[in-house]
Design a protein around this ligand. Structure first.
Ligand SMILES: [Zn+2]
Ligand SMILES: [Zn+2]
Length: 570
């Protein structure tokens, strides 16, 4: 059990208490304990019972529950609740927009105890007729169920990477003395992973294969497997696994074939032959040599997608890609001034300790009241604190920013004199997300044309595997950024990774800078920068085109110059 899983179990117990109409005081006490535990910086797993009891809101029964969770992964009260709950209800509880109260109503009135039954009832129009539901809720439930079904077995790269590395280690041990490579989507650092794929080369394939077949963690699907590939599913989590086998001499070309996306393999290397054809010639003895014998510049694995990279390689135009080390500062972060978990000082000191030269703080703006958006007075207070911290922490610096909501009409959130008091502004949409493409594009472009907008934040608002985001005309938005000298964010949160990497090259070609922003709401959030770099590299991002590859001094000059320009225009 780890910290995160433990909190999940407590959350589940609260949902189930609501579902079963437990004592409201008990529910409230669990809720307040959960909130305190979530806000606390400490890893629960490392806390003694005495230390736990000191956290406000954490009562005696919660301390006991946590002790049992640590020891036996559950606690009696949770078990009791689970016994009363049909298994399928747990899945229904996961559906967005359906709280325990609504799930209870569906269960009581229509006898719904699974997502399958729920879908049928929605399609028959029965859910809309229940008091408090209606057509709109019913349609939302259908959409969410469909979205969920289409995402089954899919994982965020960040959520599954450890699992895949572990699996590789296990396979390495089982299939010893062989060559082993991770191939497929994961080898190309795709933002969403649907399968763990490996290639094994050995001269004793029969033995290796039977050892692999005996792996207990995988349920093999023999109908989908063949003499050269075993396909199956992990037993513990919903992830497909494929293991390909080949002889040692075939390893290199097979590996390159299995890492590449189909479109990359179909790309023409010369007038006659595709990448796939060239690979089959086996006239090379290393990855690098494959490219050089075919007169191609080396293409990094993450770029082998079939997005024009072969053409670029022919012309020697694959750029040197951005690395994590190139990033000199972190922009777009939240503190306790709005909805962040750590104070401005903590965010700054940790950023400095990690070796960065600057931090751009951009808490939410006033319209985002649900996220503690800042009033004009709070902004003044924050700016004073930043001035003091800047003296103390120099040469490290904090840039004064705000994540301004883009209002319904595309305007930014404050009067001009307030907007002018920031070093930079991230403009983002957080409300009224259901828009058609025309409206969303116009709303964004109006914000981009505001001279105070420095960075366009998470351009589509998507949450991978959770919601698709509003549709936008990417070209029009990027062109507007080019015309107005606005930087586009690559939001590095693994749920977002927005701007999508498929648009990075177009943006760079228009001269638009990108910024890798973690949108950190806690110090730990800085670690997400890694995922921004991964997708940035997929899109061919270079250091030169990355805003936060600027040093602290360069960044100050850059931001000052922008503000000067606005003043000069007036
Ligand atoms: Zn945001
Ligand atoms: Zn944010």
């Amino acid at each position: 059990m780890d910290h995160k899983t433990l909190l999940k179990k407590i959350k589940l117990s609260i949902q189930l208490m609501e579902l079963h109409d437990e004592n409201p005081f008990k529910i409230r006490s669990y809720q307040s304990a959960l909130i305190s535990l979530e806000r606390s910086d400490q890893d629960i797993m490392g806390l003694s019972e005495a230390e736990l009891a000191k956290i406000s809101g954490v009562g005696k029964s919660m301390v006991e529950a946590i002790a049992q969770l640590k020891e036996i992964d559950t606690f009696p009260f949770l078990e009791e609740l689970l016994t009363k709950t049909p298994e399928g209800i747990l899945e229904v509880l996961q559906i967005k927009g359906l709280g325990p109260k609504k799930v209870k109503t569906l269960w009581e009135e229509l006898g719904i105890t699974s997502t399958h039954e729920l879908m049928e009832a929605c399609q028959a129009g029965k859910v809309a007729k229940i008091k408090g539901f209606g057509e709109k809720t019913q349609n939302t439930i259908i959409e969410n169920l469909e979205f969920k079904a289409s995402n089954a077995g899919k994982w965020l790269y960040a959520d599954i990477e450890e699992m895949i590395w572990q699996l590789k280690e296990t396979i390495q041990v089982i299939a010893s003395a062989t060559e082993l490579a991770i191939v497929g989507d994961f080898a190309r650092q795709m933002e969403i992973i649907t399968e763990a794929e490996f290639l094994i080369a050995s001269d004793e394939l029969a033995t290796v294969k039977s050892n692999i077949k005996a792996m207990e963690s995988i349920a093999w699907i023999l109908l989908e497997s063949g003499p050269r590939t075993l396909r199956g599913k992990l037993k513990d989590i919903d992830l497909r696994v494929s293991i390909h086998f080949c002889s040692k001499e075939d390893f290199l070309w097979k590996k390159l074939s299995l890492i590449a996306a189909p479109l990359h393999l179909e790309a023409l290397v010369d007038e006659k032959e595709t990448v796939a054809k060239k690979l089959q010639k086996k006239d090379f003895s290393s990855d690098e040599e494959f490219f050089s014998v075919n007169k191609l510049q080396f293409i990094p694995a993450e770029m082998r997608e079939g997005y024009g990279e072969v053409e670029l390689a022919k012309e020697n135009k694959i750029p040197e890609l951005l690395t994590e080390k190139d990033l000199k500062g972190i922009l777009h972060n939240h503190s306790t001034y709005s909805d962040g978990k750590h104070s401005l000082r903590q965010m700054a000191e940790y950023c400095k300790a990690l070796g960065y030269e600057y931090l751009g703080i951009s808490d939410h703006s006033k319209t985002a009241f649900y996220a503690g958006g800042l009033t004009e007075d709070q902004i003044l207070k924050q700016h004073q604190e930043i001035d003091e911290l800047n003296k103390e922490l120099a040469p490290f610096r904090i840039f004064k920013g705000i994540e301004s909501d883009i209002l319904n009409d595309g305007k930014l959130d404050y009067e001009e004199n307030v907007l002018a008091s920031f070093d930079f502004i991230v403009a983002s949409i957080h409300s009224v997300l259901s828009m058609d493409i025309k409206r969303a594009t116009t709303r964004l472009i109006t914000a981009i044309e505001n001279p105070y907008t420095t960075i366009l934040g998470h351009p589509t608002g998507r949450l991978l595997l959770r919601r698709p985001g509003y549709p936008i005309d990417h070209k029009a938005v990027i062109d507007a950024c080019a015309a107005n000298n606005v930087v586009i964010e690559i939001n590095a949160n693994p749920w977002r990774l927005d701007l999508d990497w498929r648009w990075i090259r177009y943006a760079m070609d228009q001269g638009v800078l990108l910024s890798i922003n973690p949108d950190a709401h806690a110090m730990e959030g800085y670690a997400d920068m890694k995922y921004g770099v991964l997708v940035g590299r997929k899109g061919g991002l270079t250091k030169e085109m990355t805003l936060n590859a600027l040093t602290g001094t360069e960044m100050k000059a850059y931001l000052d110059a922008r503000l000067e320009k606005i003043k000069a225009k007036k």
